[in-house]
Design a protein around this ligand. Structure first.
Ligand SMILES: NC(=O)c1ccc[n+]([C@@H]2O[C@H](COP(=O)([O-])OP(=O)(O)OC[C@H]3O[C@@H](n4cnc5c(N)ncnc54)[C@H](OP(=O)(O)O)[C@@H]3O)[C@@H](O)[C@H]2O)c1
Length: 358
């Protein structure tokens, strides 16, 4: 019997539709093949000596943004999701409790995210969908047109959250013009909340001095190796929530600065040992750290058992000492680009390096 249950949740043993339907029907108490679990933890975080409890589907609590809108504190990220899998992943996430989806025009998968949303059957009013305005669409009119394209691709008539994807410090006037377009869309009730991403304290200062609507959040690279204390404080002083991208250090794997020496946050001893103590995966410990700090986190996974695990973090709590031990891992080590040096040519150079594999 036990064998059968595990088999039924291993996507290699059943066709995709039965797998998804089976999990949806049993939205709690889902069994995951230990073999599959071990294979997946070994790749990214290392298996612990004591097996973690099996991940079960969960629901994220909500947080209230500075304009009164409520938003889940945990969602699913869409960067680097293979296009062919995106609709399945989003469908799976939504039927298993996720309500927040973080995508971007630049990820090239808004259409597939929209397909996953429709297939899930989850009422629109329950969802919180974020997408981002890409820097090549900055400027007022350009931004309004890009918004229309994004909502069309997603198949939505309004967005929950629209973010400026990066500031462009070499042309900040265009960054301001783009944000003013977001303010117009917000006033027209086409977006429930507007915000920014990758804004340093200085970028935030310049933005808030020249615009009316305070961003609801600032989505920045943030994980235990890159604690971003100054950015967190600058956000907090203005009533802006901090949202963590690459919350479990995925950027070190997808954008390695040195492919021969990949940084692996989830193999860090402190995190692995806390995982053993709480019988949780290393990623769950790190996600718990984000939530207890009051951040919003959007881990990405294209593995179903990891999607289940990443949202099953609301049944345990790290102590103050344990939080401090994870805080102490900070190395001020970023995986992604420095926002101060980011613009269209810098982005194209990154793409070139990725294509060349260096
Ligand atoms: N605003 C921005 O500029 C910006 C930049 C980057 C990212 N983002 C957003 O933030 C989201 C998350 O960031 P990210 O995708 O860079 O990194 P991440 O979520 O920190 O990590 C993703 C990586 O961790 C693996 N993983 C997921 N769950 C795991 C688990 N439970 N155990 C072990 N490994 C696990 C994933 O592998 P598998 O998929 O193979 O499971 C993937 O390699 C993005 O998807 C995107 O929505 C925003």
């Amino acid at each position: 019997m036990k064998q059968e249950k595990q088999k039924g949740c291993d996507s290699r043993n059943v066709d995709r539709r039965s797998f998804l339907t089976g999990l949806a029907a049993a939205s709690v108490g889902v069994a995951v093949s230990p073999t599959l679990y071990a294979a997946n933890t070994a790749g990214a975080g290392g298996a612990s000596a004591i097996a973690p409890t099996l991940p079960t589907a969960g629901k994220s609590p909500l947080t209230t943004l500075n304009n009164g809108v409520e938003m889940p504190v945990l969602g699913v990220g869409c960067f680097n999701l293979p296009t062919i899998q995106t609709a399945d992943v989003i469908h799976f996430a939504l039927i298993n409790g996720y309500r927040l989806v973080d995508t971007a025009k630049n990820y090239g998968n808004e259409k597939e995210v929209g397909e996953g949303i429709v297939r899930s059957g989850v009422p629109r009013s329950e969802l919180f969908i974020t997408t981002k305005l890409w820097i090549e669409d900055f400027g007022y009119d350009e931004a309004l047109r890009a918004f229309d394209r994004s909502v069309n691709e997603l198949g939505l008539d309004y967005l929950d959250l629209y973010l400026l994807h990066w500031p462009v410090p070499t042309d900040f006037a265009k960054t301001i013009a783009a944000y003013k377009a977001l303010e117009k869309l917000y006033a027209d009730k086409r977006i429930r909340a507007i915000g920014v991403s990758n804004f340093n304290p200085e970028h935030l200062r310049m933005l808030t001095e020249q615009t009316e609507v305070v961003p609801v959040l600032n989505q920045i690279e943030l994980h235990p190796f890159f604690a971003q204390q100054a950015a967190r404080e600058a956000n907090e002083q203005r009533g802006i929530k901090t949202e963590s991208w690459s919350p479990i250090g995925g950027g070190f794997i997808t954008l390695p600065k040195d492919p021969t020496n990949i940084v692996r946050l989830l193999e860090e001893r402190t995190i692995v040992e806390l995982g053993q103590k709480y019988r949780k995966m290393p990623a769950q410990i790190v996600l718990r750290w984000h939530i207890q700090h009051g951040f919003i986190a959007i881990p990405k996974s294209q593995h179903y058992e990891r999607l289940l695990a990443n949202i099953a973090i609301f049944d345990f709590e790290l102590s103050a000492d344990e939080m401090a031990s994870v805080d102490a891992l900070n190395r001020d080590l970023r995986a992604g680009p420095d926002p101060e040096l980011f613009d269209v040519p810098a982005f194209r150079a990154i793409l070139e390096r990725r294509r060349a594999g260096v």
